[in-house]
Write a protein of this length. Sequence first.
Length: 374
Amino acid sequence: MQTALPFWAAHGWDDVHGGFRESVALDGSAIAGERRRVRVQARQIYVFARAHHEGWFDGLERAEEAATLLRQRAWQVDGSPGWVHQLTETGDVASSVRDLYDHAFILLALAWLGRASGDASWYELAAETLDFLNTTLADPAGGYRESIAGPQWPRRQNPHMHLFEALMALHEASGSREALAGAHAIKALFDRVFYDPATSMVHEFFNADWERATGDLGKVVEPGHLCEWAWLLHEYQRIGGEPIDPAANAMFETAMRVGINPRTGLLNAAINPLGEVLDGSSRTWMQTEWLRTAVLLCRAGRRESCDHVERAGAGLLGYHLGDIVAGGWIDQFDGNGRPRSDRIPASTLYHAFGGVAECIRFAPAPAGVSGGAK
């Protein structure tokens, strides 16, 4: 935290055009000409706003500057409601698609920016954004459409998972009943569609009526998302007062049982419902989600999860945070542990921050529980 946040505040910010960079080179230098996804801008705003709120880094000024620029450049800028999808390096619209995934992270950023700054206008913008989602992207079959003017199929659980997180954060920050109702609706979709209790797995891709996709897409299960959902269901219990869903612990146990690559000790990118490996590569975000959930469960007294704190941390340090500029990461390794990255994506800071935040939030471990977060 003490290294990554100053690194991204400096190297990840464009002093010429404003806004956060999409990525930086492996040595931390700037990469010119990249398009900038709105979701990445929102993720960085969230990180710096929350870091400021928690007292870990003086990031509010950077977060507010980025959010003000993003609102000017991406919110209804073409005369239509919603946030555009991509910007050029200079801040012009590169894609006017309205994407569900983007809007989830906009809501997360605005929730934490309002909380960090005390400025209610960010909550008002969040309410307008949520109204856009509920009036324009909501689908009668449940959940939300993938986009406007962009791809519609396959339908994915992933943007709904991140919207679930954002709605809970918005409710906790602002007291929004609409946000909490939205979180309840996504939890119901999780129960009805995404989660398979027979395998304790979450499926990724679906057709128009929320039936599981056919062919290879219908077989994809991501162990990193099993960890992410497990953590989110614990957040749902904490924020909404709901009983903890047994699926939370079951998903984590499944990821640990069949999701780890024995060659590297890292989570596999994808398996099938039988636990067979579809993609043995690894990205940084998967390991941080493993760490975050293991720390939470260890703190809750699940002793077997404490060992996974050590395993996830060792994988991060040994691979993704190894031979790289301080504050950065090697984002991808293949199934044999060979690096496969030519740059450091800014989008991963959101995941890395979440993993470290959970370690800080729950340290030290309770008396009598060994192997906890250090």
